[in-house]
Design a protein around this ligand. Sequence first.
Ligand SMILES: CC(C)(COP(=O)(O)OP(=O)(O)OC[C@H]1O[C@@H](n2cnc3c(N)ncnc32)[C@H](O)[C@@H]1OP(=O)(O)O)[C@@H](O)C(=O)NCCC(=O)NCCS
Length: 392
Amino acid sequence: MADNDTPAENVPSDKSNASSENAIEISIDALASEVQESLSLAKRQKFWETQPVGQVKDLGDTSLPEGPIQQPTPLSEVKQEPYNLPSAYELVTIWILRRCVVSWHIGLRVKTSKKLVAFISGIPAKLCICDAAMLIAEINFLCVHKKLRSRTLTPVMIKEVSRRVRMENIWQEAYTSGVVLPTPITTCQNWIRPLNPEKLIDVGFSRLGARMTMSRTIKLYKLPEQTTTPGFRKMEPHDVPAVTRLLRNYLKQFVLAPNFDENEVEHWLLPKEDVMDAYVVESPESHEITDFCSFYTYTRSIFGSQDHSILKVAYSYYNVSTKTPLVQLVSDALVVAKKKDLDVFNVLDIMLNETFFRELRFHRADGKLNYYLYNYRLKHVLRSSEIGLVPL
Ligand SMILES: CC(C)(COP(=O)(O)OP(=O)(O)OC[C@H]1O[C@@H](n2cnc3c(N)ncnc32)[C@H](O)[C@@H]1OP(=O)(O)O)[C@@H](O)C(=O)NCCC(=O)NCCS
């Protein structure tokens, strides 16, 4: 997690912000060779080679059809029994979230001790991929106990969740991962904006930039005390229809994006203390909702610091601007995040986010995030700015 990539005072270079067609082509080529290198034949993908995903050998082959790789079968032909496991383990279904298909929350536990040692989950989601609306499963929270790593439990968990997804007559999945697997539809860069630079430097998350002092760094990242947009206020339940309209209009421009309805906006975006923050801009004159911004928060443990035990991290979620400039909207989001005592604000370079990085003093972080589709082939690698889906 340490952000040693870029000195704290650095802002994105022109190169990293390149947006010309030429630069995009280069970055797609670079991504393709990066993937080919990471997944070279010397390191066979024994599991992923057997799955209906874009394969490394097919990268750049535009003769392959876009769309589902395997066609749906009658549900009676979907494997009815769970995948085999080593005899010491059993699969359990865990009820944890609202709005879920319960059977898609799969735990693996040791039969004798009942200890949970692995987990994977899926939730149903409506997505638009290249203008095609489809119901898919978003797969998330895969983890295997440290002591059981490298024993190929992961493929069992993935196959089992896919089997259960198919049992519900859903044939595509979307997932993200920091690791390169066959084969990303895009790779996004994480950018961060320090809110509490002193703490970030103290705990080793960031380091002091060259020729910078702590007081200059604090000054550099200082934010206004108050938001600046007239009518900027917390989202309320009665804003759901307006926010849904704003989001649906905005997300149409991206190649891959959720197809939100009001129920989903209510569920995912209404503010929840210490989980989700969402703000609207209500025109003081017309009372129309013209803009919207949101972020979610995680708390992470800090080890090895005498002064701090937790890091409070904000992740930009969906921001839609129609009247307020996006940079001003996100600046206001930073102000409220700072007021909530959050330490750092993360944003992926998806959607139009790249347009505010420089002005708001974001800098490139270590993390990259790869997006994947299961059982759906795209002819071309996407630019990160073509992605309108924010993973949670
Ligand atoms: C990710 C994690 C479950 C992998 O476990 P592991 O024991 O190393 O992997 P296994 O030996 O069980 O399985 C190996 C297979 O899983 C694949 N795999 C590894 N990480 C994966 C991921 N995040 N998503 C999908 N597949 C993954 C590998 O590519 C490999 O398949 P291959 O032979 O075709 O290449 C484990 O490292 C973990 O729990 N990490 C902490 C939580 C985490 O990072 N989760 C992922 C969030 S995206």
